[in-house]
Design a protein around this ligand. Structure first.
Ligand code: ADP
Ligand code: MG
Length: 695
């Protein structure tokens, strides 16, 4: 296979556009893509026709607006290109109007109450800044999704708005540093994706995996990740065949899939693409997740994307590497080597520090979900407390700046911004601090709290908007200054002083940090029920309104959708546990108890002297556990009914978190104990060892 030849072959990218479009049309479209200017409506027909010809040549028969409703996954509705002719035949046809807008029934997508039921109509609109592509014989057109009354119903629109806000404010800062040539600033993202790959037969045999994506029962296997022999270990043949095909599929879609390796847990792996503009990175991450599932099924495998498929085994996350780049390709979080570059770097850096401190709540809630609640704060992933890691060298520089003293690093110098150069900072390519939720890694920040199932759009909407807002405040202040360098220095020093509490370079997993963070006044929002209601705090509503990212109604609807989703997920899990407990585990254990009782009877019949101590002990233990597990199922059933009656979704989420989940854990504990005492052939589904070492 010649990679350069297949790379991007299924994408209607700039090169294809240049080849297939008349010069003027290409120029106009490129202008829209580069500068975000509105699309010239008169060219839509020409573009549509070229797109259709290209797609049909590649075997496509259908097209779809490919959009990202609030479900977190993508949606598509296929229409064929065929159009009847007078002589009863068909031609392949695709109009400009069909390319630009689509109509779609919105009533089955979550709207959090913004879409009244009598206005079921929803619309999709082509996003020309992301490339169309062919997937399974269908031309997919990346699109936004909104209601008849104009309310946004998707994740792409606010992401584009947040990118525009960041661009506006970052440009103001660059102008202050005398940069007049940059026309556009983009946030860039590289999203590392973790996942589990298990045998399809194992998956099918577990109702909990099928219905909830995670195992709701399962005793810890004798061997988990203790030996740490899986991380970066040799890749098994079946897995490497999967990875090879996955890479090929992704390359054809123009996705720079770069690194594939084994992760910490058995059967866990990671894929990292090369970073790109956030909007594209977000579309591509959706395609990566979808393609993983598809390719896995061709190999008799199943790809688990859940954040915590196995209790007691490392879960899966997504690392959102984030930075800002100019249209000239300059990374604004690269420290640079001249005093002016350093001053500018320091200002952008401080905008991020201040943003993370002031909007801990938003960062926390944008990574919360029923699935990710099992990871965050559970001693493996970053904790639930948001903090920022800058590394020792940069922290020393900041200390020196704050106190106006000598920077005692290798170069021993007093730091004066705009005058002195920063010492060379080592690039952190080795993830020296893997415990930090938001880590500076040399020329970008790595936001590590995202769950593996997440669309990266949500968290990036937040990061872009909060950084844009700090840049706005900085620009407001500096634009008024008479002595720019002095004002810059003052501003940076003041920001360090006011926000250094958010900087933490130590081990985020240890108990002392939780205490220390509390002393510093940092938030510790333990779960979705605690975090999500903060979305609608006045300061957040004001922030989104100021940058025209969300209206208040949109904030409230999104919060509602996330809370509802949390409640639904936990309810499904609870219901699944009840079924598995009653229909599978209870009868299986009783069957084994019966066998043991028969054994006792027969042994005693042979000789009264034969001991049946073990049998009796197991019967007693299993029978006790089984009764208690059965009782817990009834308790969960009652609680689920009670939860249903709670009208307010915030309160309902709290009820699920505080009352339902703990009882689910209790029920599970009895079942997991029984698993250890029940003969293997009686246990009704594959165990952790069966699943994790199946591939
Ligand atoms: P390196 O940048 O040395 O490759 P990593 O291997 O840790 O470091 O990269 C992790 C991810 O970060 C990759 O997806 C990479 O493309 C991405 N990344 C690198 N530079 C940037 C940047 N400027 N903006 C966003 N993501 C980036
Ligand atoms: Mg990394």
């Amino acid at each position: 296979m010649k990679v350069p030849e297949i790379f991007g072959e299924n994408v209607f990218n700039l090169q294809v556009m240049q080849d297939k479009l008349p010069k003027e049309v290409f120029k106009s479209l490129k202008e829209t893509i580069d500068k975000g200017t509105p699309l010239d409506a008169s060219i839509a027909g020409v573009v549509a026709n070229a797109m259709k010809d290209w797609a049909v040549e590649k075997g496509a028969t259908h097209y779809t607006h490919w959009f990202q409703p609030m479900t977190g996954i993508t949606a598509e509705k296929h229409d064929s290109f065929i159009s009847p002719t007078k002589d009863g035949k068909v031609i392949m046809d695709f109009s400009g109007k069909e390319l630009v807008v689509g109509e779609s029934d919105a009533s089955s997508f979550p709207s959090g109450g913004v879409r009244a039921t009598f206005e079921a109509r929803g619309y999709t609109a082509w996003d020309p800044t992301s490339y169309a592509f062919i997937k399974d014989g269908t031309l997919c057109i990346p699109s936004t999704f909104f209601s008849y009354s104009g309310e946004v119903l998707d994740k792409k629109t606010p992401l584009l708005r947040s990118m525009r806000a960041l661009n506006e404010q970052a440009l103001r800062i660059l102008r202050l540093f005398g940069n007049t040539s940059v026309k556009r600033v983009y946030p860039t993202v590289g999203a590392e994706q973790e996942y589990f790959l298990i045998d399809r037969k194992m998956y099918d045999a577990r109702k909990d995996l099928v219905l909830s994506g995670r195992t709701l029962f399962g005793a810890k296997p004798p061997k988990g990740q203790e030996l740490e022999d899986h991380y970066f270990g040799p890749i098994k043949l079946r897995v490497s065949a999967f990875m090879k095909e996955l890479d090929e599929e992704l390359w054809k879609l123009g996705i720079f899939s770069k690194t594939e390796h084994n992760e910490v847990a058995p059967s866990q792996h990671e894929l990292a693409p090369i970073f790109t503009v956030t909007n594209l990175a977000s579309d591509q991450n959706q395609l990566i997740m979808e393609t993983m599932k598809k390719v896995a099924s061709r190999h008799g495998l199943y790809c688990l994307l859940h954040e915590k498929p196995f209790k007691g085994v490392n879960g899966s996350g997504k690392h959102n590497n984030w930075s800002m780049s100019t249209d000239k390709g300059v990374n604004l979080l690269d420290p640079g080597s001249t005093p002016a570059e350093n001053g500018q770097f320091m200002l952008f850096l401080m905008a991020v520090v201040k943003a993370v401190d002031e909007y801990q709540d938003l960062l926390r809630l944008t990574v919360t979900s029923a699935g990710n609640d099992h990871r965050l704060g559970a001693n493996e992933a970053p904790p639930a407390i948001v903090s920022i890691y800058l590394g020792e060298e940069l922290t020393e520089v900041i200390d020196a700046l704050e106190h106006g003293v000598k920077y005692e690093g290798k170069t021993k110098q007093i730091m004066k911004l705009g005058v002195d150069t920063l010492p060379e900072l080592p690039k952190d390519t080795t993830d020296r601090n893997r415990t930090s939720p938001f880590a500076f890694t040399g020329n970008k920040f790595e936001f590590r709290m995202l769950g593996s199932t997440f669309s990266i759009a949500g968290p990036n909407i937040i990061v872009n908007t909060i950084v844009a807002d700090e840049l706005r405040q900085f620009a407001d202040e500096l634009e008024k200054a008479d002595d720019f360098n002095a004002a810059l220095h003052d501003l940076v020093v003041r920001t360090i002083r006011e926000h250094k509490r958010i900087i933490f370079n130590g081990n985020n997993y240890c108990a002392e940090w939780e205490k220390e963070a509390e002393k510093r006044g940092l938030l510790n929002l333990k779960n979705s029920a605690e975090a999500l209601p903060r979305f609608a705090d006045k300061k957040n509503i004001d922030l989104f309104a100021r940058h025209k990212v969300f209206t208040e109604r949109e904030v409230r609807s999104r919060m509602e959708i996330m809370l509802e989703n949390y409640c639904k997920v936990v309810a499904i899990e609870g219901q699944t546990m009840i079924e598995m407990g009653r229909q599978d585990i209870y009868p299986a254990v009783n069957a084994y108890i019966l066998e043991l009782c028969k054994t006792i009877e027969h042994k005693t019949a042979v000789s009264q002297k034969l001991s049946c101590a073990a049998e009796r002990e197991i019967v007693s233990r299993l029978s006790g556990d089984n009764e208690k597990m059965y009782a817990k199922a009834a308790e969960i059933e009652k609680l689920l009914a009670e939860a249903k009656a709670v009208a307010d979704t915030s309160k309902q989420a709290k009820f699920f978190a505080d009352r339902v989940l703990p009882v689910m854990e209790e029920m599970r504990a009895y079942a997991d104990d029984m698993e250890g005492y029940t003969a293997k052939k009686y246990w009704p589904f594959p165990t952790y060892a069966d699943i994790l070492f199946s591939v």
